[in-house]
Design a protein around this ligand. Structure first.
Ligand SMILES: NC(=O)c1ccc[n+]([C@@H]2O[C@H](COP(=O)([O-])OP(=O)(O)OC[C@H]3O[C@@H](n4cnc5c(N)ncnc54)[C@H](OP(=O)(O)O)[C@@H]3O)[C@@H](O)[C@H]2O)c1
Length: 388
């Protein structure tokens, strides 16, 4: 990298989270490459203040200030993200609250490094349309999609036969099926390979995360659902693969550390040196792969079916899952209730109308309310963070 070039200025949405913290690390380690233009948190002012101490140059704001005016806060967030000084917007919010600010940034022609898969699951067509109209790009942060993206560099689209997403199988890969209904919150949050925020960690335990990733891959790489497979790979060293028409398979390998895919997205098309040590394959010895057990992990087929159904079904899947995971984390439903509630909400979801932002948000609200009713929690209390 030439020393005369100024650092890339990042607006970071989700600054206090697991991915957000690792973005902050990379900025501190590489001040010649990256600078923080702004740090945006959700509701936790103290956590944001702590993060801001390490980045005194950044603008700091909360998207959901306690007792504050949410629509004024949303406008302030949009103003910051669309500031001409911002070179790249990093979206690392947990869940669909990321959708409105992501659409605003795309409309301003900003490129986005995207961790929040829920945005693509919920509103893939809308996001693709805004990218096309405004010439903005999305660089994936999710490790599987980063792997596929890297495997596709320099390849022709017609040469791609299928995508193979790998997943560790989470903490319950070998646990007796009959005991899954008794899984505790602490057990679901103990992921064997990755340290992540609570929502994605529970999604990894149900493997809904892999289901959401199928929909994410479909949107990002424009590959049909039937050409996206899942393989269980407990070591989490092969982050995903692409099979080509000639029978070749390309894979990307790395230690399970999110700093690497984050650095790839932030620095594209360059690579940052020495982000993490390369995996010591001799010491690891064996990399194993196994077919997905659909009885153990029914969320994957459920998500794929919602993707194939299209319309508002992916938004219903996503919102029902967010609400059910929130209920599980609060100890109000059991572990196996999560996927059961999502399945019921999907089965009952009204047929989709036009896929405008309004209709997607209304499908999102309907699904959250329905999950609460089904769980016996009443319709007045939802975890919706999506502003209308
Ligand atoms: N963690 C990983 O290793 C990993 C890997 C792959 C993909 N992802 C994806 O990355 C996303 C973030 O995951 P995470 O694990 O980093 O989540 P997390 O640790 O729960 O952090 C979420 C962050 O979003 C903030 N936030 C909440 N609502 C917001 C809003 N309306 N506007 C701006 N910020 C808001 C939170 O702030 P408050 O706490 O103040 O509300 C927090 O800073 C998820 O979509 C996840 O699926 C994560």
């Amino acid at each position: 990298m030439s020393s005369s070039r100024r650092p890339k200025r990042l607006a970071l949405l989700g600054a206090t989270g697991s991915v957000g913290g690792q973005v902050g690390d990379l900025v501190l380690r590489h001040p010649d490459r990256f600078a923080l233009h702004s740090l945006i948190g959700g509701h936790d002012a103290n956590a944001l203040k702590l993060v801001a101490q390490a980045h005194p140059e950044a603008h700091v704001l909360l998207a959901e200030p306690a007792g504050g005016d949410r629509s004024a806060a949303a406008s302030a967030v949009e103003r910051v993200l669309t500031d001409p000084e911002v070179d790249l917007v990093v979206v690392a919010v947990s869940g669909s609250a990321a959708l409105p600010p992501t659409l605003a940034a795309l409309r301003a022609g900003k490129d986005i490094a995207l961790a929040t898969k829920e945005v693509l699951v919920m509103a893939g067509d809308l996001v693709r349309e805004e990218m096309r109209r405004h010439g903005s790009q999305i660089f994936p942060i999710d490790s599987e999609h980063s792997a596929i993206w890297q495997c596709l560099w320099g390849e022709r689209r017609e040469a791609v036969r299928r995508l193979i997403l790998t997943g560790s199988g989470g903490p319950f890969l070998r646990r007796p099926l009959s005991t899954l209904s008794g899984v505790t919150v602490a057990e679901a949050l103990a992921h064997p390979r990755w340290k992540m925020g609570p929502k994605i960690t529970v999604d990894s335990a149900t493997m809904m995360n892999k289901g959401l990733e199928i929909l994410e891959a479909h949107v990002l790489f424009d590959v049909a659902y039937q050409d996206i497979d899942v393989l269980v790979h407990p070591q989490s060293v092969v982050h995903s693969m692409v099979q080509f028409t000639d029978g070749s398979i390309k894979a990307q390998l790395g230690v399970p550390d999110m700093h690497l895919p984050i650095a790839v997205a932030l620095s594209y098309p360059e690579r940052v040196p020495d982000v993490v040590p390369a995996p010591d394959l001799g010491a690891i010895g064996q990399l194993t792969f196994e077919a997905l057990d659909e009885q153990r992990f029914p969320a994957v087929a459920l998500a794929r079916a919602a993707g194939e159904r299209g319309g508002s079904a992916p938004a219903v899947l996503n919102a029902a899952n967010e609400q059910a995971v929130a209920l599980f984390l609060e100890g109000r439903i059991g572990f196996t209730d999560i996927v059961a509630l999502v399945r019921r909400a999907l089965a009952e979801a009204p047929a989709a109308g036009s896929m405008s932002l309004d209709s997607l948000l209304s499908a999102d609200r309907w699904a959250r309310a329905r999950v609460l009713e089904l769980a016996g929690e009443g319709s007045q209390r939802t975890s919706s963070k999506v502003r209308t």
